[in-house]
Design a protein around this ligand. Structure first.
Ligand code: MIC
Ligand code: SF4
Length: 734
């Protein structure tokens, strides 16, 4: 790190932010790499890669088709997304084992074959496991999940990507990242009472909005940083994904040292201490934007519904519930997820539940808990928090994603019935948790979730409102008890959660059952035919939010993450069509019928016709799932023309050979009608040059619109070859 930085410093002659130090110290070629924030593509050498089970399947299928024998970097795979929450941890885990057997067999055998560490179902959520075992200050981690950013809580540069990026790194190619801009968040004051680390990011999301972090790293600094535990900092970094930030990061602090020591890595902590001056920003480092937050004045916040950036401070929330006519009755409170499932989160939440129990009352709303890892669950079992939650009326779910990703057999409401839920998770897009688009999903700290679960209403403000105890007397809840964030008697050591690769890997066979509904080997996409695209129909012009949940839904569809053809049946079924304001209803210009999006796409494909999608702002926001790019490619998509893109999705499209293009003048979005035909002048595709698009309206004269793009030379090669994987195969066979 020091050597590379010396080179970079001798070229840039300016102070560096901490995030810059982490990135530039991982440059493949520090001598010659162009370094201009917001412009250059950095070619980096990350230290490790991680996948979760939902995205690992496609990534491994891609790695297999590269023909390589071994991963070049340390890699781990984590089984957390495929476990469905229903009756409670133990039963749910054993059902998951039965239902997902072929996927787990495939993943564990592929891990053994290629030298990858396999974290078994039940071990915990990827980001919690990474924090407990692998994250370290100054390192660079790439993970096929947008919340990989969580590891910024230990001072690591941690970036969420699509699976194909992971494959490149495993194949020992440098990994490209557009040099991010820097947003500084200066924290002053100190957290106390009901305000928790989660409220910092809920507030920041409100300020920057869900696209405000695009292309930037959010770097925290200032004296307030010292008052936050390592897992609290991880919470803040985790949810930076919700504002589109490339990643978020904190400088090395004593609290990080404590956490490293508590998780059996004191030597890493000592090492970081010895290099502490390198693990923070230089004096005078420049940020493109600076925000200041006074933690002593920060109120707890509640964000939502339907979008994580609609932030309301708790003092104004009851009023907002009334004004907006959000359903006041709280149906379910859910704590946990990768965002908020640390020992500290659980202890604080349990202290509030205990206070209620001491007054003879329990949760009025249903209440669920997902511990972040087996280490946390077994420590909570030893220290009593689990028993408190159960007494309080809670259901302990498996150490997994569960309801956060729609893996939830929810029984208490009917589809279409408006209702409210509140969670300590990070995302709340419509339909995400339970598939019901009428569910109003809010996100807050675990503390606020528990308090509202006790009251059973959203309009309850635990800071001032009174509850009634079992004798009919009024009382106010005590603010959560602050621990130092770590268990006094250390974490419980757990066994049988991890499988390392065997010494002799040659005899390992990868298991894919023939005729499987869930796994399908990949066939390479066709190369570009070297011609401009003419007369392309618009499959759908989407309007408003088109997140990856709308492009490739999760929940029940997670089952098909290893089978491209089957999962393609969910293509864009959640996106709203500008033609009629409806979801999953578009016009087939050949049959003249209105039909579902995947059905029309398949029909066009069968006729040998490529098509485009026209999208609104921040198209593809949310998850890193590359299925949102693979599916349109598989069903014949040629380009997505949008007002703007979310970073990961834009790269995912390029990697799969689809053109992500933006309107040079965003108001041109309105000039394109859903039934127009489109020509794309892709023979003009050159770095930094616009591309002409000719629009042929169904009645009226054709006109030309200029489109912008962010392709660099290598990415243009991917387009020409048909996909990044084709380019990679070409280089390995050459
Ligand atoms: C999510 O939170 O949406 C997910 C599921 O973890 C995704 C990953 C995926 O869709 O595979 C993410 O955030 O990247
Ligand atoms: Fe899992 Fe939810 Fe975290 Fe995504 S956000 S990794 S689904 S817990």
């Amino acid at each position: 790190m020091s050597e590379n930085l010396l080179v970079v410093r001798s070229r840039l002659h300016r102070p560096l932010t901490y995030a810059e130090k982490v990135l530039y110290s991982h440059l493949d070629d520090p001598y010659n790499q162009d370094i201009e924030r917001g412009t250059s593509y950095l070619r980096l050498r990350p230290d490790r890669v991680a996948f979760q089970d939902a995205s690992a399947q496609m990534a491994l299928l891609q790695f297999m088709s590269s023909g390589l024998e071994s991963t070049a970097k340390p890699v781990t795979i984590h089984c957390d997304h495929l476990i469905q929450a229903s009756e409670g941890g133990t039963q749910d885990l054993s059902r998951a084992h039965a239902e997902n057997k072929e996927i787990y067999d495939f993943l564990s055998s592929a891990c053994s074959k290629y030298g990858i560490g396999y974290w078994k179902p039940g071990s915990g959520i990827i980001h919690q496991i990474l924090l407990e075992n692998y994250a370290f200050p100054g390192g660079l981690l790439v993970g096929s999940d947008s919340h990989t950013t969580n590891a910024g809580g230990l001072g690591m540069g941690a970036v969420g990507v699509g699976g194909a990026d992971g494959v490149e790194i495993m194949a020992d190619l440098p990994w490209e990242l557009k040099a991010p801009r820097m947003i500084g968040v200066r924290l002053i004051g100190e957290l106390s009472g009901w305000t928790s680390p989660k409220d910092v990011i809920l507030k920041v999301a409100g300020i920057l909005t869900s696209k405000g972090g695009t292309g930037s790293i959010i770097e925290y600094c200032g004296p307030g940083v010292e008052s936050i535990s390592a897992t609290g900092m991880a919470t803040i970094c985790n949810m930076g994904a919700e504002i589109g930030a490339t990643t978020s990061i904190f400088p090395f602090t004593n609290r990080m040292y404590d956490y490293l020591a508590a998780t059996q890595r004191q030597f890493v902590g000592e090492f970081a201490r010895a290099y502490a001056s390198k693990l923070r920003a230089d004096e005078g480092a420049e940020y493109d934007q600076m925000i200041e937050i006074n933690l002593s004045e920060l109120e707890p916040h509640i964000n939502g519904p339907f979008t994580p950036d609609l932030a309301t401070p708790i003092s104004k929330f009851a009023q907002a519930v009334e004004t907006n006519e959000w359903p006041d009755k709280l149906h379910v409170g859910l704590i946990g997820s990768c965002t908020n499932s640390s020992y500290e989160d659980m202890s604080r939440a349990a202290s509030i539940a205990r206070d209620a129990l001491d007054h003879g009352i329990k949760a009025k709303a249903a209440f669920t808990i997902t511990p972040g890892s087996e280490q946390i669950r077994s420590t909570m079992l030893r220290d009593g928090q689990l028993q408190t939650f159960e007494e309080f009326g809670g259901t302990i779910l498996a150490n997994a994603c569960g309801p956060c990703i729609g893996q939830w057999r929810r029984q208490d409401t009917k589809d279409g019935e408006p209702n409210s839920i509140i969670s300590s998770y990070n995302r709340n897009f419509s339909g995400r948790n339970d598939g019901n688009h009428a569910t109003h999903s809010f996100v807050a700290s675990p503390d606020v979730v528990v308090a509202m679960a006790i009251a059973g209403t959203l309009s309850f403000n635990p800071l001032i409102d009174k509850l009634t105890d079992k004798d009919g007397d009024e009382f106010v809840l005590r603010p959560p008890t602050d621990t130092n964030g770590l268990p006094d008697s250390g974490f419980e050591l757990v066994h049988d959660v991890y499988q390392g690769p065997p010494v002799d890997r040659r005899s390992v066979e990868i298991r894919i059952s023939p005729g499987s509904e869930r796994l399908q080997a990949l066939t390479p996409f066709d190369a570009w035919d070297k011609r401009d695209a003419k007369g392309l129909p618009i499959l759908i012009k989407t309007q408003g939010k088109t997140t990856t949940d709308h492009i490739s839904a999760a929940g029940p569809w997670l089952k098909y993450r290893g089978h491209l053809d089957n999962i393609s049946n969910n293509l864009l079924i959640g996106a709203t069509s500008a033609a009629n304001g409806m979801v999953n209803r578009v016009f087939n210009r050949f049959t003249g019928a209105w039909d579902g999006v995947p059905e029309v796409a398949r029909d066009y494909k069968a006729r040998g016709i490529r098509w485009v999608v026209v999208g609104d702002w921040n198209y593809g926001e949310g998850s890193s799932r590359e299925h949102a790019a693979l599916e349109p490619r598989h069903l014949g998509g040629f380009a997505v023309v949008a007002r703007s893109f979310a970073r990961i999705h834009e790269v995912n499209l390029k990697k799969q050979g689809i053109l992500p293009l933006t309107f040079a003048d965003p108001s041109d979005y309105d000039r394109v009608k859903p039934d127009d035909l489109i020509d794309i002048g892709c023979t003009h595709l050159e770095v930094g040059k616009p591309i002409p698009m000719t629009v042929h309206p169904s009645n009226g004269e054709a006109f030309i619109i200029n489109l912008s793009h962010t392709f660099n030379d290598l990415q243009i090669e991917w387009f020409k070859d048909g996909s990044m994987l084709n380019t990679l195969a070409k280089h390995f066979t050459a």
